[in-house]
Design a protein. Structure first.
Length: 121
């Protein structure tokens, strides 16, 4: 079952809630928000809609004097992800080796094919 998309009202509510905090650390430390709510608040705060003009690495919420580095917001989101544990990984995928023959420096494709034909005869 997937989580339904948030309505514009929910996004706006998360933005308003984010404006009550002065730093992402405060969001993480808030005992009244669960992990999903914290993630929503931090994601709203990280939105490009709140980027400071001419300084895209900073975010400033409407009505707030504080500017926060996007790196601090993303670090807080990463902490939430780390608390959830590592995502399930069924195993490492192996990258198949190329079947394309390797040519010597200066060797043309035709010369390479001839050499392979000589080997397989």
């Amino acid at each position: 079952m997937s989580i339904p998309a948030m309505s514009m009202n929910e996004i706006h509510a998360n933005s308003l809630l984010a404006s009550t905090f002065s730093h992402p650390r405060e969001v993480l430390a808030n005992p009244f928000l669960d992990a999903l709510q914290k993630r929503c608040v931090l994601a709203a705060w990280a939105s490009d809609a709140f980027a400071v003009e001419g300084q895209p690495w900073l975010r400033q919420l409407p009505g707030s004097n504080a500017q926060v580095r996007i790196g601090d917001i993303l670090a807080a989101l990463k902490l939430l992800d780390d608390d959830d544990g590592a995502p399930p990984c069924p195993g490492r995928a192996t990258i198949p080796k190329s079947r394309r023959p390797i040519r010597a420096v200066g060797q043309t494709a035709l010369e390479s094919r001839r050499r392979l034909a000589d080997i397989h005869v």
